[in-house]
Design a protein around this ligand. Structure first.
Ligand code: SF4
Length: 414
C-alpha cells in the first residue's frame, strides 16, 4: 500500500497528561504514563524520519513538563516546525514565554472556550483562567511566537462563538488564525459528562456561521474539525477532515495512555442514509461517530458543487502542501487513493468478515489504527503511578465539588 507523505503532515506528542485546569469535557485526562526527554526524543526522531513538516506538543497541559523547552529546542534543531497547544496559564509569565521563544517555539495554540469570564470559569472548572489566557496571547506575540486560538465547541459556548471572535478581533487584532474542534464525546471526562457538555449540531450552526463570516471578511484564516459539511457548507473548504481527505494527508498522534500511537489515514466516520444523495459525500468526514454523542438524524444532504470546494483547497496559496493543482490530476490521484483505501480495509479484515458497516446504527468506520511495532510512548514508573493515584484522589474531590463525573480510570479494565 502506498505511503502518503504530504508536506503538511503534522504529528502530535502528548508530553504530559496532567493539567492545572479541570474541564468537564476533557478528552485526554490524567494517566499514570510519563515521558522523559529521551522517550520524547524517540518520537521526534520518528516524525523526522517520516518526513513530517511539524510537531505539536500537547497534553494534558504540556507546559507542566519540566523538559518542555529542551524537547522544543531539539525538535526545532531537527528541522520540524514546532507548535504547542496550551491553556496559557504558564505563558502568562513573560519569562516563560521568552524561554519558549528562545527554545524555538514557532506557533502556539492558546485554548479559550469563551471570552465570557463566567462561562470560561465553568468550562475550565476554575476561576481566573481567562485573564491568564489573554496575558499568554500577548506575551507569546511580543516574543515573536505566532498565536492561534483554539476553541472546543460545546453546549455552553455554542450560542456565542461569534461573540468570542468579535472580542478577539477588537482586542487582539494580530491573531490571524482560529481553530474550532467540535467536542469529541468518545473519551475521558467528555464521555461521562455528555449530557452536560455535548452540543446538538443545530445549537452552534448559526453562531459558527457568523463567526466564520466575520473572520473571512476580515481576511483571517480558520479550520473547523469534527463538524459535518452540512453544518458549514459555505465554508466547507475550511474543514480539517475535508482538506485531509482531498489531499490524502495523514496524522499521527502519540497518546500518553493505553492507546499509544494512532495513525489516522481514513478520515471518514459515520453517515446517515441521506448522505448517499449528498453531493459532498466523497469529501465529507461525516459525523464524528465515537461515543454515540451525536445523532445521525441531524445530518441532511446538500447539493452544492463539490469540485468548486476541491479547487479552492488545491489552489489555497496559504497551504501549498499538495502536488496536484488541476482538478483532472486531483481526480486521478483521488480515485487511486480511494481504491487503495478499500483494498487496505479488505486486507485488514479477518477472512470471511464483511465490509464494516457505514450505517448510522452500525459499528462505525475504521477511522484509525494503531501503529504496531512503533516506538513506546512514555512509561509507567512507580513514581508516575504514585503521582497518578494522588492526582486522581484530588480530582475525584474536585469533580464532586463541581458536580461533574470523573473519567473512567486508565487501566481499570486490566
Ligand atoms: S449529509 Fe452527510 S455527506 Fe452530506 S454534508 Fe452532511 S454529513 Fe456530509
Amino acid at each position: 500500500m502506498l505511503e502518503w507523505v504530504g508536506l503538511a503532515n503534522i504529528g502530535y506528542i502528548q508530553v504530559v497528561r496532567h493539567c492545572n485546569h479541570f474541564c468537564g469535557f476533557c478528552s485526554n485526562p490524567t494517566t499514570p504514563y510519563t515521558h522523559t526527554f529521551e522517550s520524547m526524543k524517540v518520537l521526534v526522531d520518528d516524525f523526522v524520519r517520516r518526513g513530517y513538516f511539524g510537531v505539536i506538543l500537547t497534553g494534558g497541559e504540556p507546559t507542566l513538563h519540566p523538559e518542555l523547552p529542551r524537547i522544543c529546542a531539539y525538535a526545532r534543531d531537527q528541522g520540524l516546525h514546532v507548535r504547542m497547544i496550551t491553556n496559557g496559564s504558564r505563558l502568562a509569565d513573560p519569562e516563560f514565554a521568552r524561554e519558549m521563544s528562545e527554545a524555538g517555539l514557532q506557533l502556539v495554540h492558546v485554548s479559550v472556550y469563551s471570552t465570557r469570564p463566567e462561562v470560561e470559569a465553568v468550562l475550565r472548572g476554575m476561576q481566573g483562567s481567562l485573564p491568564k489566557a489573554f496575558a499568554a496571547v500577548k506575551n507569546a506575540h511580543e516574543h515573536g511566537v505566532e498565536v492561534n486560538i483554539n476553541c472546543v465547541i460545546n453546549k455552553l459556548n455554542a450560542d456565542h462563538l461569534h461573540e468570542n471572535i468579535e472580542y478577539w478581533i477588537e482586542h487582539h487584532p494580530y491573531i490571524r488564525h482560529f481553530v474550532w474542534n467540535n467536542l469529541d464525546p468518545s473519551m475521558g471526562r467528555a464521555e461521562v459528562n455528555q449530557a452536560e457538555f455535548t452540543p446538538r449540531l443545530r445549537d452552534f450552526e448559526v453562531s459558527l456561521f457568523r463567526a466564520l463570516s466575520l473572520l473571512y471578511k476580515s481576511g483571517r484564516t480558520f479550520r473547523v474539525e469534527k463538524v459535518p459539511l452540512c453544518y458549514m457548507t459555505e465554508f466547507a473548504w475550511a474543514s480539517t477532515e475535508t482538506r485531509k481527505i482531498v489531499k490524502g494527508e495523514e496524522r499521527i498522534v502519540h497518546f500518553l495512555d493505553q492507546k499509544q500511537t494512532v495513525r489516522q489515514t481514513d478520515w471518514e466516520h459515520i453517515y446517515a442514509g441521506g448522505c448517499s444523495h449528498c453531493s459532498l459525500r466523497t469529501i465529507c468526514g461525516g459525523l464524528f461517530d465515537r461515543g454515540n454523542g451525536y445523532d445521525p438524524a441531524e445530518l441532511a444532504p446538500v447539493f452544492v458543487d463539490r469540485d468548486a470546494i476541491v479547487l479552492r483547497i488545491l489552489k489555497d496559496e496559504t497551504d501549498p502542501s499538495y502536488r496536484f493543482k488541476s482538478l483532472a490530476a486531483w481526480r486521478a490521484d483521488f480515485e487511486q487513493r480511494c481504491q487503495e483505501t478499500l483494498e487496505g480495509r479488505a486486507e485488514k479484515r479477518p477472512a470471511g468478515a464483511e465490509e464494516p458497516s457505514r450505517d448510522p446504527n452500525g459499528p462505525g468506520a475504521m477511522a484509525r489504527f494503531s501503529l504496531n511495532g512503533g516506538p513506546a510512548v512514555g512509561q509507567i514508573t512507580p513514581e508516575g503511578q504514585r503521582l497518578y493515584e494522588a492526582k486522581r484522589r484530588a480530582e475525584a474531590k474536585k469533580a464532586d465539588r463541581l458536580g461533574v463525573r470523573l473519567e473512567r480510570a486508565e487501566l481499570e479494565d486490566k
